[in-house]
Design a protein around this ligand. Structure first.
Ligand code: SAM
Length: 443
């Protein structure tokens, strides 16, 4: 006998008291029947009408939007962006919260993940509980930091207009202007052009150079448009068959500046989005590791070589750095960017495959900056066996970080300090830098 399909609750409304913030840009509430709701567009302590956007009867949890605020938090503000709100642009999560409150919420998420997945209190992690804004982001009330140097616009197939995706949807919210886009992106005027035939248009404005780039992803069979923007740009396209990024005109990379060096970043390669992020993270990592001349270091998930370059500068001619990165083009860029260092080597491949093959049994320092999924148990176990005197873990997902910190503890490492940065204002994203050392040393 086939099970009855469960009744969808989408569109149902519940009046609820909103509880604590949860990882992902929403808060937790419960219906009178005890079903858990993840509610967006609200804040802890509010009383709201929550309308279900996903979920069915008996589901472990429902997703919902606060469509009416019955009792508002003192941290609530009118969202400065006209495209924010239930069912609208999915790019930002906390437009309706004061900047200080956004950072407090992010701090609560990090603390909760540390407690739940690593069994650590903030004190045990050497963290004062604060979330630091990036330099220059402490703006007078009402001003929104314009930090997004890379914006992926989706194109409405019917109108050819560029916009941003709605939350957990393929639908496009057409916009005139994204408030958090960096000036170098806004001044291209992407939103004012017709992009018919394109599925998406990514705009990049480099930091420390005038390089601007757009990356076009055409729909199957569509011809590329002639790109005429308000500022000169290089143009790339994503190949329909191979998914690779190909040059249309101009340089196939942008030049970014960080820590006093210029880094070439080819299309599709990773670079931090906030203009101050690369410098902020290099400073936090170097202050935590305190590299000494002549030491041997690893830079794992090294991208185009940001931390490898910073380490090489500080380790001197006797020191050595090995970087590992899976992206082929990023590896070419890293080798180019660090060509003036004889003792920097960059290996291409997945860390979990390449690291064991290197035969390295001892290092002094490690930086790891994995993607959102984190490094995982095997890689952490391997790293824990190399005897590093300090390890810097740069993390864009506090849940993966907390899980991996648990593995490091099993491997004999303790967290010496943790610093948390708001490098993605208005969104729920947060960046952490944990510095680890052998537990025996700290105990
Ligand atoms: C968060 S980025 C960090 C890049 C660099 N550290 C920086 O700050 O510019 C993560 C990088 O890891 C690479 N990557 C993802 N999975 C990987 C894996 N399993 N092994 C090696 N590199 C990986 C991605 O291509 C990306 O360049």
């Amino acid at each position: 006998m086939q099970a009855e399909p469960k009744k969808s609750l989408v569109g149902e409304e519940y009046e609820v008291e909103v509880g604590p913030v949860a990882h992902g840009g929403h808060c937790i509430a419960r219906t009178d029947e005890g079903q858990v709701l993840f509610v967006r567009h609200t804040l802890p302590g509010e009383r709201v009408v929550a309308r279900v956007t996903e979920g069915e009867e008996g589901a472990r949890f429902l997703r919902a939007d606060a469509v009416e605020v019955l009792s508002a938090s003192k941290d609530r503000v009118e969202a400065p962006c006209p495209y924010a709100g239930p069912g609208r642009c999915g790019g930002c999560d906390w437009q309706h919260a004061k900047p200080g409150a956004q950072r407090r919420l992010k701090g609560e998420v990090v603390a909760e993940q540390l407690a739940r997945l690593a069994g650590l209190t903030p004190e045990e992690a050497g963290w004062d509980g604060t979330v630091m804004p990036a330099e220059g982001d402490k703006l007078p009330t009402g001003e929104v930091p314009q930090w997004r140097t890379r914006v992926q616009y989706a194109v409405d197939p019917d109108t050819g207009r560029a916009g941003l995706r709605r939350h957990r949807s393929h639908e496009v919210e057409p916009i005139e202007h994204c408030m958090i886009a960096a000036e170098g992106v806004s001044e291209l005027g992407i939103e004012q052009r017709d992009w018919s035939g394109m599925a998406s248009v990514e705009a990049i404005a480099a930091t420390g150079s005038q390089d601007r780039q757009v990356i076009l992803t055409p729909r199957p069979g569509a011809r590329l448009p002639i790109v005429e923007l308000d500022k000169p740009v290089s143009v790339m396209r994503v190949g329909e068959k191979d998914g690779g990024t190909h040059r249309v005109h101009g340089r196939p990379f942008v030049r970014e500046r960080a820590d006093g060096r210029t880094y070439r970043v080819g299309s599709g390669g990773f670079w931090q989005v906030h203009p101050k992020a690369a410098d902020t993270l290099v400073t936090a990592v170097m202050q935590g590791l305190l590299p000494r001349k002549g030491e041997m270091a690893l830079d794992l998930y090294c991208g185009v070589g940001l931390f490898a370059g910073a380490l090489a500068d500080r380790l001197g001619d006797e020191g050595a750095v090995l970087g590992i990165e899976s992206g082929k083009r990023a590896v070419e860029d890293a080798r180019h960017n660090l060509a003036d260092f004889d003792r920097v080597r960059i290996e291409q491949g997945k860390v979990e495959a390449v690291l064991p093959r290197t035969g390295i049994t001892e290092v002094d320092l490690v930086v790891l900056d994995p993607p959102r999924a984190g490094a995982g148990r095997k890689t952490v176990e391997h790293l824990s066996s190399l005897g590093a005197r300090r390890i810097a873990y740069v993390a864009c997902d506090p849940a993966a970080l907390a899980r991996d910190l648990g593995y490091f503890r099993d491997g004999g490492y303790r967290v010496r300090t943790l610093r948390v940065f708001d490098l993605f204002p208005m969104t729920h994203h947060v960046e952490c830098v944990a510095i680890l050392e052998p537990a025996a040393k700290g105990s």
